[in-house]
Design a protein. Structure first.
Length: 312
């Protein structure tokens, strides 16, 4: 007798995200939420396996207070970067929840209201503002294997944008919404050719800013700026995004992270301690309220080892 499977011998998953609502253990089972309004340096951890509990504040803080920041990472480390007048980068080690400042800076001037996305090898920090009236289209690439080096300047966005959202998988990063005058526009960074200008893709249904995004290997979920959540299908990314189940209420200046099964929208206004969950296997339902943050905040950022189609 014999047996076979599409996942045997190290073959990658094919088709939609997993259909069973499992929450993985290990690093992909946590989300990390850091920084925030008033140059906050706190970092809090959400346990996906016990997400009705209050988030735990870590013993370590960011090296400096940061608001209007961004975060991305891989399966081992998360990186918080930027913020008001900041070029520096902080790194969290998922294996022990410790924070360090490895020394690498973002190449362009200290920026706020930027957003980040990435894959297993690199983090891409996009757009933002280096003054209240100056918006950026820069893309800075941080090499995780050499994170003490200054980030490299890569191909730019088509538009100056800030207060936007970022999500993606292991091949592409998608930037959506924001200001000024780019509220519905989605751009895609091709990681295999990251010196080129980003490609224009299908739009959001409605223009938004102060929003946040996360997703898995197949879909990106963009929420906030209102109660609406929109879904981008990476296999058909020239189409207009699709509206799915909403957040429980309109929220802005929030963060998002998650893993292959769930997305969490965290903090923001008007309820800075709130956490809501979207179940990707039932994404037409209204998001579910979860355990609150220990300390609520706005203009923060969040990261997890399970985003961007990284292995759980």
């Amino acid at each position: 007798m014999g047996a076979s499977s599409a996942r045997a011998n190290g073959f990658a998953a094919v088709g939609p995200a997993v259909t069973k609502n499992t929450i993985r253990s290990g690093p992909a089972g946590y989300g990390y939420y850091g920084g925030g309004s008033g140059n906050n340096s706190r970092v809090q951890r959400i346990d996906y396996a016990n997400d009705t509990a209050t988030a735990i504040r870590l013993g370590d803080d960011l090296s400096v207070g940061r608001d209007k920041i961004s975060a991305t990472g891989n399966s081992s480390f998360g990186y918080f970067a930027g913020g008001t007048n900041r070029t520096t980068v902080d790194r969290i080690d998922y294996s022990n929840d410790t924070l360090t400042a490895p020394g690498g800076d973002l190449l362009t001037p200290g920026k706020e209201n930027l957003k980040a996305v990435g894959n297993a090898n690199f983090g891409y920090f996009t757009g933002g503002q280096d003054s209240p009236s100056t918006y950026r289209s820069d893309v800075d690439r941080l090499d995780y294997s050499n994170d003490t080096a200054v980030a490299l300047d890569r191909g730019s966005l088509n538009y100056d944008r800030a207060r936007h959202s970022a999500a993606g998988n292991q091949n592409y990063g998608y930037l959506a919404g924001g200001t000024p005058a780019v509220g519905t526009i989605i751009e895609r960074i091709d990681y295999s050719n990251d010196t080129s200008t980003a490609s224009l893709k299908g739009n959001l249904i409605a223009g938004k800013s102060y929003l946040a995004a996360t997703g898995n290997a197949f879909f990106g979920y963009i929420g906030g700026g209102s109660s609406r959540i929109e879904r981008v299908d990476y296999s058909n990314d020239t189409a207009t995004a699709v509206t799915i189940g909403p957040l429980t209420a309109a929220r802005s200046s929030l963060s998002a992270t998650g893993n292959q099964n769930f997305g969490y929208w965290i903090g923001g206004t008007p309820n800075p301690a709130a956490i809501e969950l979207v179940d990707y296997t039932n994404d037409t339902a209204t998001a579910s309220p979860k355990g609150p943050l220990t300390n609520g905040s706005t203009l923060s950022s969040a990261v997890s080892a399970g985003e961007y189609g990284l292995p759980n």
